[in-house]
Ligand binder design. Structure first.
Ligand SMILES: Cc1cn([C@H]2C[C@H](O)[C@@H](COP(=O)(O)OP(=O)(O)OP(=O)(O)O)O2)c(=O)[nH]c1=O
Length: 202
């Protein structure tokens, strides 16, 4: 009854929700993540987060399902996860010395036994400024393969990725993949009963 499902395979999202002492289980959605690149980035992360949560929500009752999606936007271009090391190098060279925006969309689906789910979503944005990164450092980082499963080809939380980041404006956790600050506030309004049953504040 009233249990929470994280519809994400991202180990970072799992860790962030564990950090706030939330009890939940993980059920990874396998939906198609294609989108229309002409849509505004805020729509794209919202649509994808929604799709992931809805996919899991349709097979459950009396659960709160959480979906999320993260993208990097630089110079009006969307940078997703790199498809190969060459693309990772190119992305990091582009981001070097510049400011980009990381957007994370979150979708919350509350499911019932006798009626359609209720849903709520929000998008958070954090601006990240990289210092100049030299080609050697990019090459070492890409060889570690750490950038390969991350939007924009870096992880602010990585040992080495952290060294690229000069400044951020916004919630750090939005960059890692889940905006905890906003999540907690939105949950208090949308699903306080799930917080009461599944969050240990002791
Ligand atoms: C920019 C940045 C992204 N990322 C990660 C967060 C996300 O896991 C990933 C973007 O991919 P997503 O498609 O948002 O998520 P995912 O494929 O990892 O998991 P799922 O679709 O099952 O929810 O990039 C970091 O870990 N650190 C960073 O600094």
């Amino acid at each position: 009854m009233n249990s929470i499902i994280l519809a994400s395979g991202s180990p970072r999202r799992k860790k962030l929700l564990e950090q706030i002492n939330l009890t939940f289980r993980v059920q990874v959605s396998t939906v198609d993540e294609h989108y229309d690149p002409k849509r505004p980035p805020t729509d794209i992360v919202q649509i994808l987060a929604d799709r992931k949560a809805r996919d899991i929500a349709q097979n459950t009752a009396l659960n709160l399902v959480i979906g999320a999606d993260t993208i990097v936007v630089y110079d009006n271009k969307i940078l997703e996860k790199p498809k190969n090391p060459r693309q990772a190098i190119k992305m990091l060279m582009e981001l070097s010395g510049q400011t980009h925006t990381v957007l994370t969309g979150v979708a919350l689906y509350k499911t019932f036994e006798d009626k359609d789910p209720q849903y709520h979503h929000f998008v958070e944005q954090t601006k990240v400024t990289f210092g100049e990164i030299d080609a050697d450092d990019i090459s070492i980082y890409v060889k570690s393969r750490a950038p390969m499963d991350k939007a924009g080809a870096y992880g602010i939380q990585d040992d080495f990725g952290a060294l690229f980041v000069k400044h951020i404006d916004g919630d750090y956790n939005t960059v890692v993949g889940f905006p905890l600050y906003k999540f907690y506030r939105e949950m208090k309004n949308f699903a306080p009963e799930y917080l009461a049953d599944n969050m240990n504040k002791g």
